[in-house]
Design a protein around this ligand. Structure first.
Ligand code: SER
Length: 314
């Protein structure tokens, strides 16, 4: 029998596509979506849905028991930009939800956890190019501090309580179905929407801010592949890389399809966050340990984003 899977934060940018992919693979009824708000009809109509506030352990536990859940994907989090505005709330959401799930696994209520980490675990003192798996991690953002602390707690529960918890350090994720919210890499999604609706975009990062990025299909594949590995080899949270580009480079790629697209640059508080993060990622450990390989480059991704968004109401 297939594992019963609960996704917490199933209506968010990654959660929504992860839920649909898992439902395609394992069948709708085995995949329980949950969030504090309802999602789009595609998600609500394709399988069970439960309301869960990720900071509420009783609610998580009740749904785990009700549906005999084996595996939890904890996708609820406050991202980097929003977390700078609400430090304590971000810390509470990002950490308490993780503790609840780790403790439920420790108590034997679930068998396996996926919890996303981020390139935000790195900071100003980290080598910026081809940032290695193991290097200096001195994050300067609330979000990054929560992700680094989360990685250490996952490692702690894995070592001391034999909890099977797995993670990847997502770069900026680009998708056309659900908008991200509150992140520093969100510009790389907004830019496509504005290119189609207004043919202009005011970018909140400077033109040469290079950041690691990934198309959603690749991010979902990484997540599911890592969870499918028989046993984790080495690390709790793996670097995964795909592409890296600057706002100017993505704008130039968009101009190949929309020649009159215009971009301007008005950096805001998120510039400092972007400046503290890697420019590109060395993912050789993920390649070696579980055969990670991305598919989409900037060109493939741009053509898919523009085609899909043109056919959708944005
Ligand atoms: N996309 C995230 C953010 O910008 C990084 O993990 O906050």
């Amino acid at each position: 029998m297939s594992d019963k899977i609960l996704i917490i934060g199933a209506c968010g940018q990654i959660g929504s596509e992860l839920t649909m992919s898992l439902r395609e693979i394992y069948g709708g009824t085995n995949i329980i979506a949950s969030d504090i708000r309802k999602g789009v009809s595609e998600l609500m109509d394709s399988g069970p849905f439960e309301f869960i506030d990720a900071t509420n352990k009783d609610q998580i536990e009740a749904v785990i028991h009700k549906h005999n859940i084996d595996v939890v994907y904890l996708m609820a989090a406050m991202l980097s930009g929003a977390a700078e505005m609400n430090p304590e709330k971000a810390w509470d959401l990002n950490m308490s939800s993780l503790f609840h799930v780790l403790n439920l696994a420790k108590a034997g209520a679930i068998k396996k956890i996926f919890w996303p980490s981020s390139i935000a675990v790195f900071g100003n003192s980290t080598p910026k190019k081809r940032t290695p798996q193991q290097t200096i991690t001195e994050p300067s953002t609330v979000y990054g501090i929560s992700k680094l602390a989360g990685e250490r707690w996952c490692e702690y529960y894995r070592t001391n309580f034999d909890v099977d918890v797995r993670s990847v350090r997502y770069p900026g994720i680009i998708s056309w179905k659900t908008m991200p919210g509150g992140g520093t890499t969100d510009y790389a999604v907004e830019i496509y929407h504005k290119a189609i609706t207004e043919k202009r975009y005011e970018c909140f990062l400077s033109e040469h801010s290079r950041l690691p990025m990934m198309f959603m299909e690749d991010a979902i594949k990484a997540t599911i592949d890592l969870m499918d590995v028989e046993e984790l080899k080495e690390y709790v949270a793996y670097n995964i890389g795909a592409i890296d580009f600057t706002p100017k480079e993505i704008a130039d790629e968009i101009k190949k399809s929309i020649p009159d697209f215009e971009i301007s640059f008005v950096p805001d508080f998120r510039q400092k966050i972007a400046d503290s993060w890697p420019q590109s990622i060395d993912d050789s450990e993920a390649k070696k340990d579980w055969n990670w390989q991305h598919t989409y480059d900037l060109e493939d991704m741009t053509s898919e984003m523009i085609t899909k968004l043109r056919n959708k109401d944005v």
